[in-house]
Design a protein around this ligand. Structure first.
Ligand code: OOG
Ligand code: NI
Length: 469
């Protein structure tokens, strides 16, 4: 039987989840269809330029998922499952303070980390863990009950964990084990028909709808699967035209006529879904929950720490102007003005100023033209970029934005929930999360920088080879 490498398993896993989620949430299928049409039209209008941030095949196949688990033990287990698909934890997101509403989770994203692996299939899953030990959300009694409830459930069967460990160890699995792994992994994220304890669910919901979705049910499920588009404004307009009410605004950077940076996202609330409840009087019967939604994203270039600082300052400046009553309260309009005042208008300028990550291709014609004006081996990258000798190619942002994530969580909640800010929150960071998952959580900047550095080193070798002739 053919051996399935990790990336092949990953691609099959992404497709399986997509088919399952499309059955569960039919609006997702509409979203995928509209996304594909948006991408085709964008390509037709812009030609090869449209593929600067990824080939049309990759972009159209691309998805991210979101799941939520309840405890360190469950997070460590899901890390083992994702490792079988070549997906590793990257980045730390603290959503507990990222918005006014009650979102008691800390998160990371599981994704391929090698550029070649990303190119083969970039499937990633934003994964949140309930911070059940945070006293701002849960008093001592509720913490104890949560831990007990979550401690008693099994999200991932032992057979799945064993197969996953084997796949990770051997770099893949042969059939029929590969198929078994996919069945068990996909099944773990399927919406369960098991009855939900009504009183327990509602009790958690009073604190936070997110807490109820995680800790109020006996299993986990895909919260959303997100296709990627090349023009999110077009997507937004087409979905509204189809009568699907989107959230008020596109999250993240505004539309403007300079380079797209980081990540723009928007979403719509899914319809209420039928679930089975066990009511207080012991009867079991139908009910409805409304916790899942549709989301779509557009990705731009990854920003360096200096670029990210600038981004954060622009976001703060946008908030300040909005609070001062500018732009008639329309965030994206105010943001566009702030962008135009602060962010370079070209990728080349972003590169020269060291604000974004790029790989660099050597332009031999430009090198010949530049001649003596490009001095020897020690020449700085900036000079090479300015002279057109080093041609920047954007490195796509593969990660997430905490504020947008909190905005996405919040825009799909019916009420704000509860957070007692007089209490001290529990400390979580990248190191704590690494301990929890039992493997290092990568800092996204290290990954982008490594890719950029490798490309610059190759460029310098090519330059040296030319000079030696
Ligand atoms: C995750 C919300 C964050 C994103 O794309 O930023 C997210 C969730 O709702 O579980 O998916
Ligand atoms: Ni998402």
């Amino acid at each position: 039987m053919t051996f399935q490498q990790l990336w092949q398993l990953r691609a099959r896993f992404a497709r399986r989840l997509s088919v399952m989620y499309g059955r569960e949430v039919p609006a997702y299928t509409t979203l995928v269809d509209v996304s594909a049409a948006v991408n085709e039209d964008h390509l037709a209008r812009h030609g090869a330029d449209a593929e600067r941030l990824g080939s049309i095949d990759r972009v159209t196949a691309e998805r991210h998922g979101a799941i939520r688990v309840g405890s360190p033990r469950e997070l460590a287990q899901v890390a083992r499952v994702f490792a079988a698909f070549g997906m590793h934890p990257v980045g730390f997101y603290d959503l507990r303070d990222a918005s006014a509403s009650s979102v008691p989770v800390v998160s990371t994203a599981f994704r391929p980390t090698d550029p070649e692996e990303l190119a083969r299939n970039p499937f990633r899953v934003f994964t949140s863990m309930l911070a059940a030990d945070d006293p701002r959300f849960f008093d001592r009694e509720l913490q104890r009950q949560l831990e007990e409830f979550i401690g008693h459930r099994t999200l991932f069967p032992q057979e799945l964990l064993d197969l996953a460990d084997r796949a990770a160890e051997h770099g893949g699995l042969a059939e029929p084990d590969a198929e078994r792994l996919l069945d068990l992994a996909t099944g773990s994220f399927e919406l369960s028909a098991e009855p939900v304890d009504h009183a327990w669910y509602r009790r958690l919901e009073a604190v936070s709808a997110v807490a109820a979705d995680i800790g109020g049910v006996p299993t986990t499920h895909i919260n959303h699967l997100t296709p990627r588009v090349l023009d999110i404004d077009d997507l937004y307009a087409r979905m509204e035209a189809l009568g699907i009410a989107m959230i008020d605004e596109i999250q993240g950077p505004p539309r403007w006529d300079g380079p797209d940076v980081l990540l723009r996202q928007t979403s719509f609330r899914a319809l209420a879904e039928d679930r089975v409840f066990r009511f207080e009087d012991g009867t079991v019967g139908p009910g409805a929950l409304r916790v899942r939604f549709g989301e779509v994203e557009q990705r731009g270039v990854a920003l360096t720490p200096a670029g990210r600082d600038l981004y954060d300052r622009m976001v703060a400046e946008t908030d300040r102007r909005l609070a001062a009553g500018e732009g008639r309260g329309v965030r994206v309009d105010v943001a566009r003005t702030v962008w135009e005042e602060n962010l370079p208008r070209t990728e080349k300028e972003l590169a020269v100023q060291g604000l974004a990550y790029f790989t660099y291709a050597l332009d031999r014609d430009a090198l010949a033209r530049a001649g003596e004006s490009v001095p020897g081996p020690g020449v700085s990258l900036e000079v090479l970029i300015e002279a057109g000798v080093a041609v920047p190619q954007p490195i796509v942002y593969e990660d997430f934005l905490p504020r947008s994530a909190a905005g996405i969580f919040r825009s799909n909640l019916t009420d704000e929930g509860f957070r007692d800010d007089a209490q001290r929150g529990t400390d979580y960071d990248l190191t704590v999360l690494s301990d929890v998952v039992g493997r290092p959580v990568a800092d996204p900047h290290d990954l982008y920088r490594r890719q950029q550095d490798a490309s610059v080193a190759r460029l310098r070798e090519e330059l040296a080879a030319v000079a030696a002739r």
